[in-house]
Write a protein that binds this ligand. Structure first.
Ligand SMILES: *[C@@H]1O[C@H](CO)[C@@H](O)[C@H](O)[C@H]1NC(C)=O
Length: 226
């Protein structure tokens, strides 16, 4: 009968131990998370010698080396397997704060990555260096990345975060257009003031005109009565 043992690095850390058609002792962190799997759709399973390990609810701590040990009446062997764990985080969140002297503080944040992702800034497709780039390891074992930089108000910054060049998540903003819609410009404000003053002046002139006409009218009526 087949004896199959999967463990992390040493025999002291059994992930799964199968012997005499029974599952034996195993490390607490793997209880309920492992079973035999099939290496492909055509596999005959355990009876044909497939002792693949199926791991559920993969955690970042699972990344690394496993060893598979198999023995049967025909012999025994062992082989290492390296498990690579990756997690793709949230799309980057950009926030913008207008400061003094045409400077804008643009910051970018994204979380839920494993391993540590690469964050890149660009402005009009040109790479730019951030003033600050900070990684934080969350309790889940996943990474959060936060970065900020100061740019001019005509910039078009883009922040991309990813594990490799193929899988990147990007966020971009055009500060020029954002600026015009978010805050009324000085020119616009002056325009509105001029228009309002003109409107008031027109109303005053119209009112004076009406009063003058009325006054003349009553005088005329008055005169005819006399
Ligand atoms: C830019 O904003 C970040 C927050 O996103 C802040 O920590 C940083 O101090 C700001 N930088 C400047 C120069 O104001």
């Amino acid at each position: 009968s087949i004896l199959s043992r999967w463990f992390r690095k040493t025999c002291q850390h059994p992930v799964m131990h199968y012997q005499s058609k029974k599952f034996k002792y195993q490390e607490a962190s793997y209880v309920g998370r492992v079973s035999f799997g099939l290496k492909d759709a055509a596999s005959g399973g355990l009876n044909s010698g497939d002792v693949s390990l199926k791991l559920l609810n993969v955690k970042t701590e699972d990344a690394g080396d496993f060893v598979c040990y198999v023995s049967s009446s025909q012999g025994y062997d062992s082989a290492p397997v390296n498990l690579i764990v990756t997690a793709s985080g949230s799309p980057p969140f950009l926030s913008v704060v207008w400061g003094e002297d045409d400077k804008v503080n643009v910051s970018c944040e994204s979380e839920g990555w494993y391993p540590q992702p690469v964050l890149r800034w660009s402005d009009k497709k040109q790479d730019v260096k951030p003033q600050s780039l900070v990684y934080r390891n969350l309790s889940s074992g996943l990474f959060l990345v936060h970065s900020w930089l100061l740019l001019s108000s005509t910039s078009e910054p883009s922040c991309s975060v990813g594990l490799s060049d193929k899988e990147v998540k990007e966020a971009k903003v055009s500060l020029g257009t954002l600026h015009n819609t978010a805050k009324p410009g000085k020119e616009n404000f002056c325009g509105w003031v001029a228009f309002a003053l003109l409107l008031v002046a027109t109303l005053v002139l119209a009112a004076l005109g009406v009063m003058y006409y009325r006054k003349k009218g009553t005088e005329y009526i008055h005169n005819t009565f006399i």
